[in-house]
Design a protein around this ligand. Structure first.
Ligand SMILES: [Zn+2]
Length: 118
């Protein structure tokens, strides 16, 4: 049997601590208190897929459709959208455009808009 090692501190003083929602064995470190599951299957979305999803988001497709197409969860997609928004400038690069005919100042359309259709 392989030895259980804490994912935070590397200690081998760990004990079983029940099961998580999908039935996998949960462990708890006696030294630092960290709870963890060995061999968790956290899916890493490759950078290429992230770039494609970013382009698809600009096409205003439904979020669930994007999830089905790229086999990502809606939870991950929503957190990715939040991550993208956090890196955008506060003014979204909107520059005022002067209208010569009416003398009014209007703004260009936003470069990025996401459809929230679930
Ligand atoms: Zn620990």
């Amino acid at each position: 049997m392989s030895e259980i090692i804490c994912t935070r501190c590397g200690s081998t003083h760990c004990k079983k601590n029940g099961h998580i929602h999908n039935g996998k064995q949960n462990h708890r470190c006696k030294d630092c208190g960290r709870q963890f599951v060995m061999d968790n299957e956290q899916k890493i979305i490759p950078e290429g897929i992230r770039c494609m999803i970013l382009k698809i988001l600009l096409e205003r497709l439904s979020l669930r459709g994007i999830c089905r197409t790229f086999s990502v969860s809606l939870t991950w997609l929503l957190s990715y959208i939040v991550e993208v928004y956090e890196h955008l400038p506060a003014d979204l690069n909107v520059k005022p455009v002067n209208s010569k005919q009416s003398g009014l100042t209007i703004s260009e359309p936003l470069h990025i808009s996401f459809a929230i259709i679930i």
